[in-house]
Design a protein around this ligand. Structure first.
Ligand code: NAI
Length: 328
């Protein structure tokens, strides 16, 4: 028997990431090859954006994906999020010339307040929300705070691209396959302050710390390379990461819904107070996912260096939160 379709809302659907994301969702890579989907796509009301969105929808139609039941275009979150089971909040305002960080936070706070309220009003009561649009952690926090009737734990931010970047850097250094690595973590904010941490990682079952055995590399190469990878891509491509970001969004939601099979993955989730992170702050932590739920990996030892790094990225997040407090 065919399963009932799942409704997936995607914002910023005519953007770069949208273009790399929608076709993979429609082909079944995110929710499973037996799961029909309905795509509800949101763009800004601007004529050019809506026209571009129509073009993307024409291409989706031309793929004749057997799992894609319906695609709808929207300019209002109240219709785009109606009954959504999954919401991928990709669209955000990028930093314009001369724009201060504070201004960026404010314009995005307006977008994510409105979208959080719309999710609260019309989405499925168990909607799973992934915020990709930057500043992702704080935007997720704003959406969560604007949706008091929905479970707070269903609001997450994307740290998976950072996790995947860390995996590939570590695999290259250790000369192992990416798939051999387990128990890697990226703590904190999706920003250069994030802390990629392989202290608990294993490479084909062997402790990564003893295989790599190069603390200088960890501090001066690994951590900054992962943290600044987004800027390196912009420098090389002239555009920000899109295919790898879309891929990470697929990984994040797929694992959340279908399970990580006991593996640790990094998700930005509202803190439950563990690891000294104040409750509610959306912070990258290791989780194991199963049956549509995630569980934070608890009681890992935090050494002095890690504490310092984790506090640094936390400080940035609390400053961002305080910067938007008056708008919530
Ligand atoms: P883009 O500029 O190509 O596309 C963004 C789209 O969002 C545009 O079509 C725009 O019209 C739309 N949009 C803006 N405000 C909207 C709103 N209120 N409602 C609906 N749509 C809206 O940007 P791109 O490359 O697709 O990136 C999207 C976001 O993802 C950016 O904020 C970027 O910084 C972020 N990003 C996050 C990553 C992460 O790891 N968390 C990685 C890479 C990008």
């Amino acid at each position: 028997m065919t399963k009932p379709a799942m409704r997936v809302a995607v914002t910023g659907a005519a953007g770069q990431i949208g273009y790399a994301l929608l076709f993979r969702i429609a082909s079944g890579e995110m929710l499973g090859k037996d799961q029909p989907v309905i795509l509800q796509l949101l763009e800004i009301p601007d004529e050019k954006a809506q026209k571009a969105l129509k073009g993307v929808i024409m291409e989706l139609e031309d793929c004749a994906f057997p799992l894609l039941q319906e695609v709808t275009a929207h300019s209002d979150p109240m219709t785009a999020f109606k009954d959504a089971d999954v919401a991928l909040l990709v669209g955000a305002r990028p930093r314009g010339p001369g724009m201060e960080r504070k201004d960026l936070l404010t314009v995005n706070a307006q977008i994510f307040t409105a979208q959080g309220k719309a999710l609260n009003a019309v989405a499925s009561r168990n909607v799973k929300v992934l915020v990709v649009g930057n500043p992702a952690n704080t935007n997720a926090y704003i959406a969560m705070k604007s949706a008091p009737d929905l479970p707070a734990r269903n609001f997450t931010a994307m740290l998976r691209l950072d996790h995947n970047r860390a995996l590939s850097q570590l695999a290259a250094k250790a000369g192992c396959a990416v798939g051999d690595i387990e128990k890697l973590i990226v703590w904190g904010n999706h920003s250069p302050t994030m802390y990629p941490d392989y202290r608990f990682a294993t490479l084909a079952g062997k402790p990564a710390l003893s295989v790599v055995n190069d603390d200088e590399w960890n501090r001066n190469v690994f951590i900054p390379t992962v943290g600044k990878r987004g800027a390196a891509i912009i420098d090389a491509r002239g555009l920000s990461s899109a295919a790898s970001a879309a891929n990470a969004a697929i990984d994040h939601v797929r694992d959340w819904i279908l399970g990580s099979n006991g593996k640790w993955v990094t998700m930005g989730v509202p803190s439950d107070g563990s690891y000294g992170i104040p409750e509610g702050i959306i912070y990258g932590v290791p989780v194991i996912t199963k049956n549509g739920e995630y569980a934070v990996v608890k009681d890992l030892e935090i050494d002095a260096f890690s504490r310092e790094r984790m506090d640094l990225t936390l400080k940035e997040l609390t400053e961002e939160r305080d910067g938007v407090k008056h708008l919530l």
